[in-house]
Design a binder for this molecule. Structure first.
Ligand code: SF4
Length: 487
């Protein structure tokens, strides 16, 4: 009699057929495919393996079998808990929805002393006080913000140049802090500013209340000044000086910067990244232009196409990867947010990558005049005359009118990517977003035809680009895993 039973006797997989759990696949390149499950876990496979798996002919001794099993693409007699685990992972991904709106954007004024041609909000001249938020509008907006069930409420001040209306920022911060005591919420504040009118009083106020600063930095001086004209032609100098002063006052990591890609940026992604490194930022968000506001009026949006942006993006991404491979830690933020969806059980709160869409339920905008918009892009669209995503007015409507009305629920319901044509069978759907505002702006409906959608084209290229890079080099995968757990 044998001392030990055969190994196969301990492996029920060898004695049964498998059952497939929901999965989708799409070509990754000429030789391989990427398959995803409902929780966004992925496996790369050859065409033969896809065919075997789909045909029920995959054998337990094929290496990809265990990979598919461990990631809940299949169950057999050996894996009784797989369905529960998959359900748990999907619930974890969707759990933030229960918190409802966490980011509340207050447009304190439309006034601005910059005149950026790509500006996404149609700024007003800086002496027009009728474009300032009033105390009454601020109070009613706060009423709505504190009705949100979210345990954490972030209030972000935007403009125009938000700090041109400092009195209302001071008023809102004081009132929100007063309400915090009874409402028992975690509160955070962000001032989005071009830093040109920053003074010591603003910095002192920000330090006193732990307010973060978010600014714009488009790249080196010539590019930044060209993209962001202001009287004195010194937007870059103001930004760099302001970043240094704000860091001194608030702490190095309490000051962030965002860039916008214009046609002039396209040939110089490396020098843009170098500028962020020189300014000692830990990463960069390589952002394309959005089809809203002044970007449309001044034709900035039409000045470059998707292909050129993707070349710009991947040149930048590869440059950043090389820096990391050489031991210098630096992140590309959009990739990091996608990687968080690919490589962790968690969601990103970035509105563009949410489904159901993040409009209204991820972030909401209280405009200076009391109109509530479903997102920043929604108010930019309204500035162009399209008020589809105006959810109501803080002076006339209550919480239920605004957050449970058709103006919000219709686009949310119609654009849910798991159920719309194109996305519902797309392997990348678990990582993608719904983007009803973008598709309405570019194609006239909340869903859009995905083959004509630059949002879709861009994301597909990005998803493939990220997977192929980490599949080709385990060291890159380790870097990406680090990014996924930072953002
Ligand atoms: S938008 Fe495109 S990439 Fe995203 S899920 Fe839909 S079809 Fe896939």
């Amino acid at each position: 009699m044998a001392k030990f039973r055969e190994r196969a006797e301990f492996d029920a997989s060898t004695r049964s057929d498998y059952t497939m759990l929901p999965w989708r696949f799409t070509p990754l390149d000429d030789e391989s495919y990427v398959a995803t499950n409902m929780a966004g876990e992925y496996v790369t496979m050859s065409a033969g393996e896809v065919s075997d798996f789909a045909g029920g002919a995959l054998r337990p001794d094929q290496p990809v079998y265990d990979e598919l099993k461990s990631r809940h693409f299949l169950i057999d007699d050996d894996t009784q808990v797989a369905i529960d685990l998959l359900g748990l992972k999907i619930r974890t991904k969707l759990a933030p929805l229960a918190n409802f709106t966490g980011l509340h954007i207050f447009v304190t004024t439309l006034r601005c002393e910059h005149s950026c041609p790509y500006c996404q909000v149609s700024r007003a001249n800086d002496d027009k006080r009728e474009f300032d938020m009033s105390e009454e509008t601020a109070l009613r907006s706060l009423d709505l913000a504190f009705r949100s069930p979210s345990p954490a409420i972030k209030i972000e001040f935007q403009g125009g140049e938000s700090t041109l209306n400092m009195p209302i920022i001071r008023f809102i911060v004081a009132e929100a802090l007063r309400r915090k005591e009874t409402a028992r919420r975690n509160l955070a504040f962000v001032i989005a500013t071009n830093l040109a009118v920053l003074d010591d009083e603003i910095l002192q106020f920000a330090r006193q209340h732990d307010i973060l600063i978010s600014t714009s930095l488009d790249g080196p001086a010539d590019l930044h000044n060209r993209n962001r004209p202001r009287p004195g032609k010194n937007s870059y100098e103001k930004a760099v000086e302001g970043i240094a002063r704000a860091r001194t006052a608030l702490g190095h990591y309490n000051v962030g910067a965002l860039m916008t890609t214009t046609a002039a940026s396209l040939p110089q992604v490396r020098s843009i990244i170098d500028e962020y490194i020189r300014m000692d930022f830990g990463g960069i968000f390589l952002r394309p232009l959005s089809p809203y506001g002044f970007a449309i009026k001044t034709k900035s949006y039409a000045s470059y196409d998707q292909k050129k942006w993707l070349e710009f993006f991947f040149e930048g991404l590869d440059y950043i990867i090389d820096l990391n491979l050489g031991g210098f830690e630096f992140i590309e933020h959009y990739s990091a947010m996608v990687l968080k969806k690919m490589l962790t059980p968690l969601q990103t709160s970035y509105v563009d990558l949410m489904s159901p869409a993040g409009i209204g339920i991820g972030a909401v905008v209280y405009n200076y005049d009391g109109v509530v918009y479903a997102s920043d892009e929604s108010r930019m669209l309204a500035e162009m005359g399209d008020t589809t995503f105006a959810l109501g007015n803080v002076h006339d409507d209550d919480f239920a009118d605004i957050f449970m009305g058709d103006a919000l629920l219709e686009p949310l319901e119609q654009s849910f990517s798991a159920s719309v044509p194109g996305c519902s069978w797309c392997a990348f759907e678990p990582w993608c977003g719904a983007e009803p505002v973008f598709h309405h702006a570019t194609q006239g409906d909340f869903v859009g035809k995905k083959p004509l959608s630059s949002f879709c084209t861009r994301n597909i290229a990005l998803f493939r680009g990220l997977i192929s890079r980490m599949e080709a080099n385990p060291e890159v995968r380790r870097i990406f895993e680090r990014w996924a757990n930072i953002v």
